[in-house]
Write a protein that binds this ligand. Structure first.
Ligand code: SF4
Length: 368
């Protein structure tokens, strides 16, 4: 398949791994931001190709993982109302809230539907004027344009029975939160190629300069990730701290301007709570006041309830790169993908789920 097979070429990967080995002279710690990159690293054994000097840490870029329990509880409460058709991407249905999940609510009779686009939810609202149709709008900057378009179209059509439950998060504030935390170990980042396809990488440049930390915009296939690591290692070894673009086949420095304009038209920046981490200032999106009529939290007058995470779960430390899944005593014992206790086991893109799926059971095993 074009744009996939050539980036999975074993000879290309071996050449990049050799280039990394020939460049590195001392230990470096690099974080991949995106859960999709973590998944690729585990699936293709990329960590096992690296020299022992390179340690990979797994970042907070799994949107399912960082969606707070409170949002899931609100989603389930809304979905359980008889007048509601609740629409979501499929990966959110099995994510447990504090007591149950959307799939169980559906089994109990709630009208919960999987859609492939928020615009499908708008069409469902148009076809069911007697119902309230709610879409669960979660994710990073990648999904924000389509969610903004759904709200914008509903507004243009004067749809009174459509709303969105929003839990959007933004990558740059999370990078700053990690870099400014007292226990930070990250010395370079692989930024997420799909996020930068929308947003570009202008906003990463002041962060790289302020924290003297290389940031390389990187794709998701094995050769992409190895090349991104190689570009980070070269910067680190040469004492540079710049933003570079490995994923040039998709990302431009300024990003997708029409998509950014649409996001700005519908959403504004807000503080946002990240599951496992807590609130990060200016790290999320909420609907602008002029679109408040489409805010499901207002429409259904929901208030936030305090929800406790499992006391054994260290997913917050994992999402900040301070620990790894096998460091958790619950990993693979009382916490599994079938019965997740915490944020990083709930989605296949979460670090705990990726380690579990690809059999990385002990710290250090990756390089054995
Ligand atoms: S294994 Fe489970 S309990 Fe442990 S950190 Fe991961 S998600 Fe949390």
């Amino acid at each position: 398949m074009k744009f996939v097979d050539e980036y999975r070429d074993p000879r290309l990967a071996a050449g990049l791994a050799r280039a990394i080995r020939e460049t590195v002279t001392r230990p470096w710690t690099i974080m991949e931001i995106c859960g999709g990159q973590t998944h690729s690293i585990m699936k293709f054994g990329i960590d096992q190709l690296l020299p022992p000097e390179i340690e990979l840490l797994h970042g907070p870029g799994c949107p399912v993982c960082v969606t707070p329990l409170e949002i899931l509880d609100k989603a389930i409460a809304i979905a359980s109302r008889p007048e509601v058709i609740f629409c979501s991407f499929g990966d959110m249905l099995r994510v447990p809230g504090s007591a149950t999940d959307l799939l169980s609510a559906k089994a109990a009779g709630a009208d919960v539907r999987i859609v492939y686009s928020p615009l499908d939810a708008v069409k469902i609202a148009q076809a069911n004027p007697e119902k309230q149709v709610v879409f669960l709008a979660v994710g990073f900057e990648t999904t924000a344009p389509a969610n903004a378009m759904a709200v914008y179209q509903a507004s243009r059509a004067g749809l009174g029975n459509f709303s969105v439950l929003v839990s959007h998060v933004l990558v740059p504030p999370a990078i700053e939160a990690i870099l400014s935390s007292p226990g930070n170990r990250v010395q370079a980042f692989l930024a997420a190629g799909h996020v930068c396809t929308v947003m570009g990488y202008l906003e990463y440049e002041p962060i790289a300069a302020k924290y003297r930390t290389p940031i390389v915009v990187t794709g998701f296939e094995p050769a992409d990730i190895l090349q991104g690591i190689y570009m980070c290692v070269r910067q680190l070894e040469e004492g540079r701290a710049e933003v570079e673009n490995q994923y040039a086949r998709s990302v431009r420095r300024e990003g997708n301007i029409p998509a950014q304009d649409l996001i700005k038209k519908v959403f504004e920046i807000r503080p946002r709570k990240w599951r496992g981490i807590g609130e990060i200032p200016a790290s999320g999106l909420g609907l602008r006041e002029e679109f408040a009529a489409y805010d499901a939290e207002r429409r259904f007058e929901l208030t936030a309830a305090g929800v406790e995470e499992s006391s054994v779960c260290i997913s917050g430390l994992i999402l900040q790169g301070r620990q790894k899944p096998p460091d958790c005593p619950a990993f693979g014992t009382i916490c599994t993908p079938e019965r997740p206790l915490g944020a990083t086991m709930v989605s296949s893109e979460g670090a705990c789920a990726a380690y579990y799926r690809y059999g990385r059971l002990r710290t250090g095993e990756a390089k054995a």
